[in-house]
Ligand binder design. Sequence first.
Ligand SMILES: C[S@@+](CC[C@H](N)C(=O)[O-])C[C@H]1O[C@@H](n2cnc3c(N)ncnc32)[C@H](O)[C@@H]1O
Length: 315
Amino acid sequence: MPLNMPLSGALQLVDRAFGIDRILASEGRDIIAPYYRQSVPGYRRIHSEAGCMHFALNPEGSFDKAGYYAQAREITRHIGETGATRVLELGCGLGFNTLHLAPQHPQVAFTGLDLLDTHVAGCTRAAAQAGLTNTTFRQGSHDDLPADIGTFDVIFAVETLCYAQDPGRTAAQMAALLKPGGRVVIYDGFRHPDLNSAPADMMTAARLFEVTTAVTNGFWTLQDWRIPFEAAGLAVTERDLSQAVLPGTHRLQKIATRVFTNWKYRLLRRFMPPLLVRNSVAGLMGPYVIQGADPAAGETRPGLSYAMISAQKPD
Ligand SMILES: C[S@@+](CC[C@H](N)C(=O)[O-])C[C@H]1O[C@@H](n2cnc3c(N)ncnc32)[C@H](O)[C@@H]1O
């Protein structure tokens, strides 16, 4: 159904089911903790039993869960190239990346940091169950990195810096924690630089996607990160990966569509935690915000992109 339907039709579905204004009333509010408390069971059930909470990268064009490991593969490359002995993951979530990397790199001490105690406790438990001795998980915010956390060869962050309150401040702190020659790797969603002048429907779709993934202040632009990293003396590279996340967004859209069109799911909607069920709005909007309001009719102007930023500190 969706994408056979222009964005305007999908927005009508959202409005009828949830009320667009009611959703957007959450803009600017901090809903991160309740969002993850309500949504993690849904992530585990629909997205990844193994606790992955990021998009799969499927550049070959069809969805494959193996793509959930693509970000970690890139970190392995940086570990090899820098000869890393200390690696920090910001916003480690349920530990998917670090728990995957740690057994492959026994010579590396991994630290995972997350805002939410429950995530940290889950990671610590999972690491103990796996018998890992080279991981430490701790609670903390990338808005204010703990002073005693140490220095690192690689600092990476997958789909968490969208929640940063001030990229300038966070980027400066990350740069300060890097050893000479160290690298930062970020994967995330970003606002298209001219989203503010996009057609109204695209702006609404992007804001709905943001709010229903708890990014209530909106995604940052690539430039919001590039400028402070460069100011801190790092050499910055960016890679657009929007096409690679599209298969995952189409898969989620197909699942989300049931919440709007299938009577059983529509009934269930009333009994599900509100921030969990609102993920269906992000699911429905996902392909539109990346591909445009009506690709079949040539409306391909995107609202959001998915990209990797890497930045290197001089030796
Ligand atoms: C979309 S999940 C991604 C988790 C993990 N990186 C992954 O790839 O599966 C975002 C994570 O960022 C965490 N987070 C949000 N704001 C944060 C902050 N200010 N500091 C640290 N972690 C934060 C959330 O608690 C959540 O676990």
